[in-house]
Design a protein around this ligand. Structure first.
Ligand code: SF4
Ligand code: SF4
Length: 205
């Protein structure tokens, strides 16, 4: 798995959930399918009058979520920016050619007045597959994105009692000094932290 494959899978999903935060700090989410995919970025259309557009222009942070029929969750956390003025029409035409239903929503030239095209170049992609055993997760970056460290780690305080392994739903903890979590198979459920008698398990951000 890699970032390009994740973008391809999102393209197959087609309709994605885009989440932003409004000026009151409230979450806002909507489905978007007016998307064109390049191998390393995502380009999408919306209308200038929508609250979504305002949130993108003022803050820009966006999470894009897709879920495949194979139980794969793919989440892109990124900053969206409007594409350059002299490229707006080109990408608008590309998206409308790929998504014929849009001509019903914005017939004729109405899209040129109403529309705006954004792109996502830099971000983190989290891939989380619940359809395999053990479950599998991995993170990738596109452009200048960063991978945020999440989940749990076992520290040197570990006394090797084995309680974490016994209570781990995915059995993804290896014995050792200290015991070690296989991060690619961890659910982030927190059982290991709850049961550890030595306070050796720490939650990462
Ligand atoms: S429960 Fe805590 S002390 Fe026991 S093996 Fe796991 S991490 Fe180490
Ligand atoms: S967070 Fe849950 S799945 Fe991950 S190692 Fe701990 S018990 Fe196992």
């Amino acid at each position: 798995m890699n970032a390009q494959t994740c973008l391809k899978k999102l393209e197959y999903v087609g309709v994605l959930a885009f989440a932003t935060v409004d000026e009151d700090g409230a979450p806002q989410i909507r489905n978007i399918s007016a998307i064109h995919y390049e191998p390393d970025r995502m380009i999408f259309f919306t209308a200038k009058g929508k609250a979504f557009c305002k949130e993108l222009l003022t803050d820009g942070r966006v999470q894009v979520l897709g879920y495949t029929k194979y139980k794969e969750m793919i989440r892109l956390s990124a900053k969206a920016v409007s594409v350059a003025e002299d490229e707006q029409e080109k990408w608008m035409d590309t998206i409308f050619a790929e998504q014929p239903y849009l001509k019903n929503v914005y017939p004729g030239d109405t899209r040129k007045l109403a529309g705006i095209v954004f792109e996502i170049r830099d971000g983190e992609i989290e891939y989380f597959n619940l359809g395999v055993n053990p479950i599998f997760r991995e993170s990738y970056i596109i452009g200048a994105g960063n991978v945020a460290k999440k989940g749990y780690v076992i520290t040197e305080k570990c006394i090797g009692c084995g309680k974490c392994l016994k209570n781990c739903p995915q059995r993804c903890i290896e014995p050792g000094k200290p015991y070690r979590i296989q991060q690619n198979h961890c659910l982030h459920c927190g059982n290991c932290l709850t049961v550890c008698p030595a306070g050796a398990v720490e939650k990462r951000a």
